[in-house]
Ligand binder design. Structure first.
Ligand code: SIN
Length: 285
């Protein structure tokens, strides 16, 4: 069966049809997927029945895997699991303990694990159980956001680095062992250029991590806050984004080097269970 690539028609994203990714992929299939991924940033595969080992094997076609991030609510964390590459995202509580991270709250715009020196280049998310409504995941194209930046904002971030806070998750919860940030200028995390060049496509993309506790290095606090507010208001414009409404068996792979994402809240009485892997990246430059 030949692979079909159907662009969403929005600023990013395409559906891939004609591939059962639980089966070994040919070199030609992998090459076609990598090309489509470079063009569309997020790829969607529907109706995939995958074990965790299938998910890991598929993800490895794109690179070496990172272990899952530490999170205060992820009690099914690396130590307790046989597959430390798998991060469970879920609101389900079993025997009084959450089986995964992020609960049912909104996850604000962010790029995954940008608080480390070498953040994962990609994340792969597979849906096992989803609520009737809510929990949609949106993506925004950071090449397009950079291209469309007003000249004064482009100039303001030229050559600048920002600190990407490591203390909180994308739903604003403190990670295990982290203390509350009282001054963003001294927040823990990693410093990255605010504009990065994609190592495969050569495109320039805004690289902001997340808004909470961010700080533009070397700026006065008020100046940094103003600039970050303006940049985030720009990135969140609908013309840069696409929203995915999940079905069971959907798998998305996205490129953290040139996209941000967010997740809607959902009814906490309904179950949402997703398994994610992270593909190692390099130091943004
Ligand atoms: C994430 O990877 O940030 C969570 C996305 C989701 O739960 O849909």
């Amino acid at each position: 069966m030949t692979i079909e690539i159907l662009p969403t028609g929005a600023a990013l994203g395409a559906e891939v049809r004609g591939l059962d990714i639980s089966k070994p992929l040919s070199e030609a299939d992998v090459a076609a997927l990598k090309e489509a991924w470079a063009d569309h940033i997020v790829l969607l595969f529907r109706g995939q029945k995958l074990t965790d080992d299938d998910l890991i094997r598929f993800s490895r076609h794109f690179g070496e895997l990172d272990i899952a991030p530490a999170s205060a609510t992820d009690y099914a964390g690396a130590q307790e699991k046989s597959r430390p590459e798998i991060w469970i995202i879920s609101n389900v509580v079993e025997n009084g303990r959450p089986i995964g991270a992020l609960g049912d709250k909104e996850a604000e715009w962010h790029t995954d694990m940008s608080y480390v020196d070498e953040p994962p280049m990609a994340s792969v998310l597979h849906s096992l159980e989803i609520p009737d409504h809510g929990g949609d995941t949106s993506f925004a194209n950071m090449y397009k956001a950079y291209e469309a930046l007003p000249a004064d904002l482009k100039q303001a971030i030229e050559g600048r680095f920002a600190n990407h806070d490591s203390s909180t998750t994308s739903v604003g919860e403190l990670r295990a062992g982290a203390g509350a940030v009282l001054d963003v200028r001294t927040a823990p995390g990693a410093k990255h250029p605010m504009v990065r060049t994609h190592p495969v496509t050569g495109g320039k993309a805004l690289y902001l991590g997340r808004r909470l506790n961010a700080y533009v290095e070397g700026m006065k606090l008020e100046e940094s806050e103003r600039l970050l507010d303006a940049l985030w208001a720009h990135c969140a414009k609908p013309e840069f984004s696409w929203t995915h409404q999940w079905r069971v068996g959907d798998l998305l792979i996205w490129d953290n080097r040139c996209a941000i994402h967010r997740r809607d809240a959902f009814d906490g009485k309904q179950r949402r269970v997703m398994h994610r892997t992270q593909i190692k990246g390099d130091s943004p430059r």
